[in-house]
Design a protein around this ligand. Structure first.
Ligand SMILES: Nc1nc2c(c(=O)[nH]1)N=C([C@H](O)[C@H](O)COP(=O)(O)OP(=O)(O)OP(=O)(O)O)CN2
Ligand SMILES: [Zn+2]
Length: 132
C-alpha cells in the first residue's frame, strides 16, 4: 500500500525554566524552537494531494502561535508538566491530531528542535506495532 508522508516546518520563540533540573537550564532562558510536523496518508484526492500543505502549515502555525513569545511554564499545559522538548513535542502532536480534520490523514510525528544541535521526535505506536 502506498504511503505519503508530508512534512511542514514552523517555529516559535519562547522562554522556559526546567523545574528541578540539576544545572543552569533551571534558570530562565529562551530558545528559537523549530517544529517539523509530519502527517501521513495512503490515498490522494482528485487533485493528487494527500492534504493541502496550506492546511497543515496553517494548523502548525496556529499551534506554534500559542507558544510564541510566551513563558512556557505559565501556560496551562506546562504548569504541572515540565516544558522539556519531549513534553512540548507530545503536546504539539496531540494538538495537531485534535485539529487535523482531513479524511484518511493522520499526524505521524512531531520533531522539535530546541537548539541547532538537539531535537526530539515524538511519535505514537499503533497497537498493531506493539509486540504481544
Ligand atoms: N532530553 C532533554 N534534555 C535537555 C532538555 C530537554 O528539553 N530535553 N533541555 C535542556 C535545556 O532546555 C537547555 O536549554 C538546552 O541546553 P543545551 O543542550 O545545553 O544547549 P546549548 O546549545 O546551550 O549547549 P551545548 O552544550 O553548547 O550544546 C537541556 N537538556
Ligand atoms: Zn531550554
Amino acid at each position: 500500500m502506498p504511503k505519503y508522508t508530508l512534512k511542514v516546518l514552523t517555529d516559535f520563540a519562547s522562554a522556559h525554566t526546567l523545574r528541578n533540573y540539576p544545572g543552569n537550564c533551571s534558570r530562565l532562558h529562551g530558545h528559537n524552537w523549530k517544529v517539523e510536523a509530519e502527517v501521513e496518508a495512503t490515498v490522494l484526492d482528485a487533485l493528487g494531494m494527500a492534504v493541502d500543505f496550506k492546511t497543515i502549515k496553517s494548523l502548525a502555525r496556529d499551534i506554534a502561535g500559542e507558544l510564541d513569545h510566551t513563558y512556557l511554564n505559565d501556560l496551562p499545559p506546562f504548569r504541572d508538566v515540565n516544558p522539556t522538548a519531549e513534553n512540548i513535542a507530545a503536546w504539539f502532536f496531540h494538538e495537531m491530531a485534535a485539529r487535523l480534520n482531513a479524511p484518511g490523514v493522520r499526524v505521524s510525528a512531531i520533531t522539535l528542535w530546541e537548539t541547532e544541535r538537539a531535537c526530539v521526535r515524538y511519535t505514537e505506536e499503533s497497537p498493531k506495532d506493539t509486540p504481544s
